[in-house]
Design a protein around this ligand. Structure first.
Ligand code: NAP
Length: 254
């Protein structure tokens, strides 16, 4: 049995906690959060505390709080020589306090409070300062997903950087698209099949092969019209920058 305590109960930890609670070989020891929270009904029986001084021994402590707070939070933990991991893509393992054994348990997926996550297909990137701790994290992650990968902090930083492009930036493009359609009295729903096919396409094609559109075709008149149609100067800048980037990638100058 692996005992796990969750430190912080935000987007990631609440999903991880619910998923690990389902696993027979895992027992959730405690949930800590700095303010009061409503535990989901399936986790109601798990002891909750707001006091770090009341933390009990566990095999793994999982910190799931904003990146910038991880280092100081881990320093303030009253436990010693325990395995303390964080769930961040962008924070090096060495940011964690020296007082404990360090590790990382990074689920490479986007988590929002009220969206169910199917962990089966989620890669979990693990790292640990000690080999036996890496094995323990592997054991913890394996019942959740087949995709457990052991990677260094440097590799994880690059993976996280790539993830920001393919998820956060792409999602921002959806927001821009939604703004343009709503300002024109059009439905964003009309764009959803295109969004879905764009994501599906790269299952079979390399992203550079899947690229279409005026920038790749060098349709200069269409590009000019689009820039003219955009009223927002920020959107004009984004459009021009991305158009130039596509042109460079496909070996053509605007
Ligand atoms: N969201 C994602 O899609 C995603 C994906 C992979 C990895 N991650 C990583 O997972 C970690 C958590 O992300 P998240 O999205 O779950 O964050 P989040 O929802 O914003 O986390 C909020 C949690 O952090 C606590 N918290 C905030 N500031 C704190 C502080 N200074 N000290 C102690 N607790 C603090 C909050 O406590 P209160 O309730 O008291 O405010 C709450 O429990 C981050 O390192 C992030 O990089 C996120």
């Amino acid at each position: 049995m692996i005992t796990v305590t969750f430190l912080g109960f935000g987007n990631v930890n609440r999903h991880l906690c619910s998923a690990l609670h389902e696993i027979d070989q895992v027992s959730i020891k405690q949930i800590y959060n700095r303010s009061d929270i409503q535990l989901p009904s399936e986790l109601k029986d798990i002891p909750f505390t707001r006091q770090l001084s009341l933390l009990e021994p566990a095999d793994v402590y999982i910190i799931g709080i904003p990146d910038d707070a991880i280092a100081s939070f881990s320093e303030a933990l009253p436990v010693r020589d325990q395995l303390v991991v964080h769930t961040s893509g962008g924070v090096p393992m060495d940011s964690l306090s020296e007082k404990n054994r360090k590790g990382v348990f990074y689920p490479l997926q986007t988590f929002s409070k009220h969206r169910t996550v199917d962990f089966n297909s989620v890669p979990i990137c693990i790292e640990a300062s000690k080999d036996r701790d890496r094995k323990l994290l592997q054991q913890l992650a394996s019942p959740l997903t087949k995709r457990v990968v052991s990677i260094s902090s440097e590799e994880r930083a690059k993976l996280h950087l790539a993830a920001v492009f393919v998820n956060n930036f792409v999602n921002h493009m959806y927001a821009v698209g939604a703004d343009i359609t709503s300002r024109s009295g059009l439905s964003f729903e009309l764009l959803k099949p295109l969004i879905a096919e764009t994501a599906r396409k790269i299952e079979d094609l390399a992203p550079s092969e899947a690229q279409t559109g005026p920038a790749k075709r060098k349709d200069l008149n269409t590009i000019e019209k689009h820039v003219h149609l955009l009223q927002d100067s920020n959107y004009k800048e984004i459009y021009t920058l991305l158009t130039e980037s596509i042109q460079k990638t496909h070996g053509k100058k605007l």
